[in-house]
Design a binder for this molecule. Structure first.
Ligand code: TRP
Length: 372
């Protein structure tokens, strides 16, 4: 098997085997039994049914506590280094589903400090600016302002700092080096940073003055940070945070995680206009054959197709329709052009509405932001 891939918060490379990753990281699969339990709280999200959110730590415990009347809090975040693309929105849309289903509070961290420390090409002001831009996309997804606190690290550090240094004191350099693959050339800010990503797990507890369970929906690449958090949490008199992990969104060019760094021709940003979105979707990598005749005869391969991946991850929530597209592709009944056009229509319908809500969000930022 392919053991060559790497997944850390700072590096994703190779072809990720998500089964192997569960073993490497020591997480648990979200199995049928857990899905059945989750379905009792409301209709299962398609990302659960399709195993996009597929792994967890202590999710059963979160539900046990919830059943006893002890509500958890949600925590997720974003490193504001540039514009938001569709891949970024997936875990947040799922977070919104969790907020709606369980009626719980969300803490959303914008790590302007992190992106400043890790990227040479960005000034701190630019990271902050992206933080505010990115928050518009978060708000546009429809989070409840009464239940959602968004903050930039540099604007909430006074509240967090005492807890940040208590966490930092418990984390050794050797742990950081091993977990993130750092070496002597990393700046000391990046070595310190995990302590800052740790503290939002405890913000609800700090606010309420008692231990509150915390659930973190995130891409599985972020798990290494929270492994460290889980090791130190009880020693700081908080609960270990629980996690629910997503696979990484594939890009329109193929298997790799959708990323701003693979280039702008295939990444769909939330602010792209209709023409641009159409061009990007029509240029997507598919599982098609060299000619129409051949495809009619042999069928396509949806398993390697980025258009099919987009439908699976987000854009075709109807399981029956998705299965139909899959078999029509395999049997050579539907050609790539048609399939791309269908995807484009779905993507644009979503984005048009998203862009409207994003504009509206500009007027309500202060209902969401917390500052020191
Ligand atoms: N470090 C994350 C990133 O670079 C941002 C982040 C901060 C985050 N806190 C989080 C992501 C909690 C998931 C959950 O994107």
């Amino acid at each position: 098997m392919n053991e060559e891939f790497v997944v850390t918060p700072y590096k994703v490379s190779g072809e990720v085997d998500y089964e192997v990753l569960i073993e490497r990281f020591g997480t648990k699969r979200i199995d049928e039994e857990l899905l059945a339990r989750l379905a009792k709280y409301g209709p299962l999200h398609s990302m659960l049914r399709r195993q996009i959110f597929y792994s967890h730590r202590d999710l059963e415990w979160i539900l046990d506590e919830y059943d006893k009347g002890n509500k958890f809090t949600l925590y997720t975040g974003r490193g504001p280094s540039g514009p938001i693309h569709l891949g970024h929105l997936m875990p947040w849309a799922f977070t919104k589903y969790l907020q709606d289903t369980f009626k719980v509070k969300l803490w959303f961290q914008l790590t302007d400090d992190e992106k400043f420390m890790f990227y040479d090409h960005l000034t701190l002001d630019e990271c902050k600016k992206w933080g505010y831009e990115n928050a518009l996309d978060v708000i546009a997804l429809g989070f409840d302002s009464k239940l959602t606190n968004i903050f930039l690290d540099t604007e909430y550090i006074k509240t967090m700092y005492p807890t940040v240094i208590k966490a930092a004191k418990k984390i050794n350099f050797s742990t950081i080096r091993a977990v993130f693959g750092f070496d002597n050339s990393n700046n000391v800010g990046s070595i310190f940073f995990t302590s800052i990503q740790t503290v939002p797990c405890f913000l609800e507890s700090m606010e309420q003055g008692k231990k509150v369970p915390c659930l973190i929906p995130c891409g599985i690449d972020q798990d290494p940070h929270f492994r460290i958090t889980r090791d130190i949490a009880e020693g700081m008199d908080y609960y270990k945070p629980a996690l629910i992990h997503a696979k990484l969104m594939p890009s329109l060019v193929g298997a790799e995680k959708m990323s701003t760094s693979t280039g702008n021709d295939t990444t769909i940003f939330t602010t792209d206009d209709k023409k641009t979105v159409k061009k990007k979707v029509m240029n997507a990598f598919t599982g098609g054959r060299v000619s129409v005749e051949e495809q009619k005869k042999l069928g396509g391969d949806p398993d390697i197709c980025s258009v099919h991946a987009y439908n699976t991850y987000f854009f075709e929530p109807d399981d029956k329709k998705l299965a139909q597209l899959y078999s029509d592709c395999r049997s050579g009944k539907i050609m790539c052009g048609e399939c791309k056009t269908l995807l484009f229509e779905k993507v644009w319908k979503f984005l048009e509405e998203h862009q409207r809500r994003r504009e509206k969000a500009k007027g309500v930022l202060d209902d969401f932001f917390v500052r020191d």
